[in-house]
Design a protein around this ligand. Sequence first.
Ligand SMILES: NC(=O)c1ccc[n+]([C@@H]2O[C@H](COP(=O)([O-])OP(=O)(O)OC[C@H]3O[C@@H](n4cnc5c(N)ncnc54)[C@H](O)[C@@H]3O)[C@@H](O)[C@H]2O)c1
Length: 317
Amino acid sequence: MNYLITGGAGFLGRHLANKLVEAGHNVRVIDDLSAGEKDALDSRVLFTRGDVRDQPKLWTLLHDIDVVYHLAAKVSLPQSVLYPREYNDVNVGGTVALMEAMRALGTPRIVLASSGTIYGDQKRQPVDEQVPPDLRTPYAVSKLASEHYIFTLGRHYGIEAVALRIFNAYGPGQALPPAYPPVVPQFLNRIMLGGSVVVFGSGKQTRDYVYVADVVDALITAGEQQHIDGEVINIGSGVETSVDDLIALIEEVTGRRAHVLHNQEQSGGVQRLVADIEKANRLLGYRPKWTLEDGLRETIRLDARFRDMIADAPPIP
Ligand SMILES: NC(=O)c1ccc[n+]([C@@H]2O[C@H](COP(=O)([O-])OP(=O)(O)OC[C@H]3O[C@@H](n4cnc5c(N)ncnc54)[C@H](O)[C@@H]3O)[C@@H](O)[C@H]2O)c1
């Protein structure tokens, strides 16, 4: 099979690209490297630096492609509040530009990396795909708009479309940008360095942390499976974990003690969020293989940044 991955030099994209070439497929990647890193891509992946809105570039890359994985996006929730136009331009504009280019080339299928954040704050947990979205950030708006675009244009253009609502993915190689780093690598880094971690709010807020290998398996199945055109599917672990529990687990797997500082609530009022993964199981045969503890251990084992820290310093008693 021939695949194009937009944003394929990013965290999820690299894991997906490398697994697909490993299985003998042809993989092309387009990424503007605004957040991605192309060095960690397998040398068999054909990399093109470019913007996902650059249609002439897409026309060349889409030739003979069977499935497009659309992962290119700006991904920070708080940053999207500061720069909503940019988030709209890249995330929504990128999706529309891609669908137009796919129509021109007759590309048959798209799998969109959407997000569990579109559920916002819901009383009933776990959340299933029927729950009306509660949009709290421009990022969430951009992901829901992208879903609507792939389904609406997909129907007009004869393109099969599937959206995976991914919850909090983590794993080796996840970027640690200075502004708004994702919580798992941020906490791993701070706790292993002996620094302090800042918890916003009570520490009782929950999220659904899903290991990258489980997300990649779901993406691959969604690219292959028949009769899922038009479906929105949650991809999480199905397990609810509080910030306090996450810190305790990191202490356990690293052998380091966390110095916790508390600050004001910053989670946009979202107290609990955990995925109902029954639909993923039914349509994709999806069953997460990784517990959070095993996923954290594997992240440390495979990510040189964390592995070296464990090797360098003995645990603090
Ligand atoms: N990681 C998660 O927990 C998670 C959860 C839900 C949804 N998602 C979605 O999955 C996708 C991948 O997320 P990630 O965690 O790998 O993030 P990431 O930032 O590592 O990957 C996104 C990639 O898109 C690229 N990109 C950004 N703007 C671009 C543009 N205009 N043209 C071309 N490339 C561009 C970046 O350089 C980066 O490599 C995103 O669409 C994200 O919204 C991720």
